[in-house]
Design a protein around this ligand. Structure first.
Ligand SMILES: [Zn+2]
Length: 263
């Protein structure tokens, strides 16, 4: 059971949905800041994703195309920067593109397999570490920090944003990517489930993996609270046909946001 919002402490919570094999997992929408709080007391899946290393030089691989789109988005909104730091760099495609553009780059990854693969393939300064625990980074300040699909996995998103602020130079930028809980597709699917038009089948061992689900309102609230200004918000999809629409109408499943440190 959850009695107040993890982000704004409001008691005004409304059940959004119950999911799972026995509907034992509950999501609550905060009526004030709009954050969707998953009740983590029911359990959280923190399993790491499968470790696969996609060659970062393959220009047309979907994983690389997606990272290239993220990197282009940074370049579109950040005009002057000399360095980029990525938390959870995967196969290192973004670090590779930034390095090719002449930026000083570095990154952290939890997976030592990915760290070793990127070191060998790209010869870039990367290390295996948990960015929430590693304290040796504080001396270096970066112009751009990249954090893709990580924020939603932490119960306390303020701690994560404070950590990113510490890593940034004054007026530095960050690219943050999260799922969009208010995407058309997710809203539509929730509607179908609510009215029992469609019943999602959950396996017996399904456990949710995200602690918080963001929309533009709750994300903006978090940024303001932690000393950032939201400069741009773009939704996207991995499906090319709808991706163009989502860039114009912000209802896609995933979000790219550029923020700037204000204090
Ligand atoms: Zn709230």
């Amino acid at each position: 059971m959850i009695d107040s919002c993890r982000l704004c402490n409001s008691k005004r919570l409304k059940i959004l949905e119950r999911v799972g094999f026995e509907k034992q997992f509950a999501y609550y929408r905060c009526l004030d800041c709009k954050l969707v709080n998953y009740d983590i007391t029911a359990g959280i899946n923190q399993e790491k994703y499968a470790e696969v290393f996609i060659d970062p030089f393959l220009d047309n691989h979907p994983i690389n195309l997606n990272q290239a789109a993220s990197y282009n988005y940074i370049r579109k909104h950040v005009k002057s920067a000399t360095s980029l730091f990525e938390i959870g760099f995967g196969n290192g495609r973004i670090l590779h593109l930034a390095s090719k553009d002449g930026l000083q780059v570095a990154g952290l990854e939890l997976s030592s397999f990915l760290v070793e693969s990127v070191k060998e393939k790209l010869k870039l300064p990367v290390m295996q570490a948990d960015f929430m625990e590693n304290t040796t980074l504080e001396n270096i300040k970066w112009d751009i920090v990249v954090l893709r699909h990580v924020l939603e996995h932490f119960p306390d998103s303020e701690i994560v944003m404070n950590r990113i602020r510490d890593l940034l130079s004054p007026r530095g930028y960050a690219l943050i990517e999260v799922p969009n809980i208010d995407s058309w597709e997710l809203k539509y699917k929730r509607f179908l489930r609510r009215y029992h038009i469609y019943k999602k089948k959950y396996s017996k061992n399904f456990v949710p993996g995200h602690c918080n689900e963001f929309c533009k309102d709750s994300f903006s609230y978090l940024m303001k609270k932690t000393g950032f200004k939201l400069l741009s918000w773009q939704t996207y999809s991995h499906k090319p046909a709808v991706d163009l629409i989502y860039k114009v109408i912000p209802v896609g499943n995933k979000v790219r946001a550029i923020i700037q440190k204000e204090r």
